[in-house]
Design a protein. Sequence first.
Length: 249
Amino acid sequence: MSTDRPGEEGDPLPPADSGTEDTLDLKLPPEILALFATAPAGAEEDASGSVHIVDPADHSDLLDRLDDWPPAETPAGLFQLVPVARDRDLDLITRWMNDPAVAEFWELAGDADVTAKHLEPQLDGDGRSVPCLGVLDGVPMSYWEIYRADLDPLARYYPAKPQDTGVHLLIGQVGDRARGLGGTLLRAVSDLVLDNRPGCSRVVAEPDLRNTPSVSAFLTAGFRFCLELDLPEKRAALMVRDRALRHRL
């Protein structure tokens, strides 16, 4: 970016050695200078570099008030996303994270402090990621993270679109695995996203490429495989469910 001051149209700038003084030495107070040096409080930069303002008092706006989303009828029963409550749900989620099949990919095995350290940035954040229990016919049986993928570090690794919504999940109970529930619930949750987030054109996910059952569940749920991603912690499959193809895949 040029720092030269342009002249009026048809009025050339004076030569550098003309001795003409064309700048003013303004002394601005420190508090004013600070406004130019930093973004406003609550400012967030998205994948395109655009800055927007997030109201810190409203943690529900970035995901269109997920806590108000209705339950979904599925072939497996009535399913609902219930935002995590720290005191109520920490022990249950910790137990799931210590299941060997879960720990292999989530890498959060350990005591409750490990799980709490993972949950707290979301629970205390601005609402761009909401951890939830998946409750099927009144029974908590899965853990989900619904997040703004376009405002997540993930957006550095794929061509993100505004309002892209991401999902992470784990099935907590051993008895609920390997019977097709993953695909059923992924379809239900991605439908909930598309029904309740009108500005979102697609739901995305990045399961570990080694996690074949997870990738298969996304395909069963109507997601398509787009590309492989080299993320800092894993090599992932970028899975996408498009609103435009929602009823065709």
